[in-house]
Design a protein around this ligand. Structure first.
Ligand SMILES: Nc1ncnc2c1ncn2[C@@H]1O[C@H](COP(=O)(O)OP(=O)(O)OP(=O)(O)O)[C@@H](O)[C@H]1O
Ligand SMILES: [Mg+2]
Length: 595
């Protein structure tokens, strides 16, 4: 900082100017006073001397005059000169005055002021230069006094006495020199003291400035030392107090902010805050997932992109313009989000909007499943019902001629009604099991005869297609505890599926084994296999590999869903491995000690 612009500089200059001004005025007045005083004193002195001379001359007339003059010359100083005018023609000069400084008599008699001595008979004085003074550098000033002289039988005379003022000027010069010296010393002293005092005042101020910068940088602990108990000390106290208060407030603020942040980041729903012009201000992790998915879908680089999804922007604009909450739905990357945008108020004005983003994929999936379920059930029922209608109509209308034909039609009606009955029973079973109402009739089952009995059911079918169905039981154990009817349902479905999906004269293998954890059963075939993308959905209701929904190779699509529910009720698990063109292996596991 420039010295002149600092407080010290300004105060210093001010004090200096003030002191100089006072000293100047003082000097001028003092000089004036001294000069006047000196002149007055000298004048009194000279008048006195002149009067004395006049008296002496008056009291010693005639032949005593020589003595009187001697006395008179004794009375005057060295630098005083005297002219005594007795009458128009008789006059004397004091011996100290040499020829060159003799003032001609005419000067006295013609001068307007001096001649008053003769005319009015009174004492006169004046400051003047001498007529015969031929000094080059301006004539010297003289103080001249005239006193009337009354001698007996003579005309009015006068005694003039004069003295050079050069001596006095010398004194004045000396005095002013002295005063100037004193002023110089005073200024120097003032400077030193002012500097000392001001530095003491400003050094705590400077410290406070540094501390203020520290506080601005966020170091609220910065303290200013309190050195004095004056206003500056009080300022330091106030400053420290301000720092403490600031720290407290900042802590409170940051705590509040942290709390908000943690609430936001632990929310399950996404939150995006916008300012008035639609720029994203804050997002939380679920909202970031949403944005990332959207960016990916749009082929944008997700990092350092601040683009707002266009649908969200539309909702935002609507919300801001109508000042009403807006709801919308966006899908990206196979997920569905519902977005609710509400305006954000700053007292009475809208300062932006907040969007809540909720991942609704699961809900939408469930909705879809429900719709599919109804569609599937209706579809599965429609075919047998239309068959029933058609054939029964034919019987009623007596379209069938022979008993043979009628029997055949009645057989179809019977078969289809059985199928419908089975479907409805299966659905009921499934619903009951999914509601958790499966009651297991657990009993010890002798494994070998049990499995053989299940297999025997398929003998007709296998023989027809020339399929070899083999059983391998790799266990010493004879009995295992389970619900035989339910497990038979599972086995039947798995074997039925396998037989239906293998070409003629292929083989289907059933392998059973136990270990300390429980029973493992595998049903594997060398059939067509299941496409990889179908595998995750295989155990869902109505899921069928071939989408043509025709009765033929495929059934209703409930078999595996029921199987999974039964195995779940046994607290086991069921899984599938399949390779297209090579075959499929279903395996399930039932643990020991189910209850
Ligand atoms: N061993 C297998 N080989 C090839 N595909 C199979 C096999 N097992 C099941 N699938 C596929 O899985 C689908 C579902 O089987 P699931 O047993 O659940 O129903 P379904 O056999 O069609 O009907 P349901 O068993 O109710 O009569 C079948 O439609 C079929 O496409
Ligand atoms: Mg099946």
């Amino acid at each position: 900082m420039m010295f002149w612009r600092s407080v010290v500089g300004k105060l210093w200059i001010t004090i200096l100017l003030l002191v100089s001004f006072v000293l100047f005025i003082l000097t001028v007045t003092l000089l004036q006073f001294f000069e006047n005083y000196h002149i007055n004193e000298t004048r009194k002195d000279m008048i006195h001397t002149a009067e004395k001379i006049a008296r002496v001359l008056k009291e010693h007339p005639g032949n005593e005059e020589a003595l009187a003059l001697e006395i008179a010359w004794e009375l005057i100083d060295d630098n005083e000169k005297v002219t005594v005018i007795k009458d128009q023609n008789t006059y004397l000069y004091s011996p100290s005055s040499d020829e060159t400084t003799h003032v001609p008599i005419s000067f006295y008699t013609t001068d307007k002021d001096l001649s008053l001595v003769f005319e009015r008979d009174k004492t006169v004085d004046m400051i003047t230069s001498l007529p015969n003074d031929t000094n080059e550098a301006g004539s010297t000033q003289y103080l001249m006094i005239g006193v009337p002289l009354h001698q007996q039988e003579k005309e009015n005379g006068a005694v003039f006495i004069y003295q050079s003022l050069a001596v006095m000027e010398e004194t004045t010069k000396l005095t002013s020199k002295f005063i100037l010296l004193a002023a110089g010393v005073a200024i120097i002293l003032t400077t030193i003291f002012a500097f000392f005092l001001l530095t003491r005042i400003t050094s705590p101020l400077r410290k406070m400035r540094e501390a203020a910068f520290e506080v601005a940088r966020g170091k609220f602990d910065t303290k200013v030392p309190i050195l004095t108990h004056d206003e500056i000390g009080e300022l330091a106290t106030a400053f420290n107090q301000m720092g403490r208060q600031l720290k407290f407030n900042m802590n409170a603020l940051s705590q509040e902010k942290e709390q908000l942040t943690s609430i936001l980041s632990s929310m399950a729903d996404g939150v995006i805050t916008f300012n008035r012009d639609g720029t994203i201000l804050i997002t939380n992790p679920p909202a970031e997932i949403f944005l990332r998915n959207w960016y990916y879908e749009q082929g944008l680089a997700s990092e350092n992109s601040d683009a707002v999804p266009s649908e969200v922007m539309e909702l935002f604009l609507l919300a801001v313009n109508t000042e009403k909450e807006q709801v919308g739905e966006i899908s990206a990357q196979g997920r569905t989000w519902v977005i609710i945008v509400s305006p954000l108020y700053n007292k009475r004005f809208i300062r932006g909007a907040v969007a809540v983003v909720r991942d609704m994929t699961e809900e939408r999936k469930l909705d879809k499943m429900r719709e599919d379920f109804i569609a599937n059930v209706s579809h599965e029922l429609r075919t047998p019902i239309s068959l029933l209608q058609g054939y029964s109509e034919a019987i009623v209308d007596e379209i069938a001629q022979t008993d043979e034909e009628k029997k055949e039609m009645a057989k179809v009606i019977y078969d289809e009604s059985l199928r419908m009955g089975r479907l409805v029973n299966e659905l009921l079973d499934l619903a009951r099991m999914q509601a958790g109402h499966t009651l297991l009739n657990l009993e010890s089952v002798e494994l070998k005869p049990y499995i053989n009995r299940v297999i025997r059911k398929f003998q007709g079918l296998t023989k027809e297609k020339g399929i070899e169905l083999s059983v391998k039981l790799e266990t010493e154990e004879r009995f295992f505890r389970m619900d035989p009817d339910r497990i038979e349902q599972v086995l039947t479905n798995l074997i039925d599926n396998a037989i239906r999906h293998v070409p003629d004269s292929a083989s289907v293998e059933i392998i059973g084994r136990t270990d300390e954890r429980g029973l493992y059963i595998e049903v594997s075939d060398q059939g067509s296999g299941i496409p990889e993308e179908d595998l995750p959905f295989l155990f869902e209701r109505f899921y069928k590999g071939d989408k043509s929904r025709t009765r033929g190779v495929s059934g209703t699509g409930l078999g595996l869903a029921i199987a999974k529910n039964i195995i779940d009720a046994h607290r086991g698990n069921i899984s599938v491995k399949s390779k297209i063109g090579h075959g499929t292996t279903f395996s399930f596991f039932i643990p020991r000690n189910i209850d």
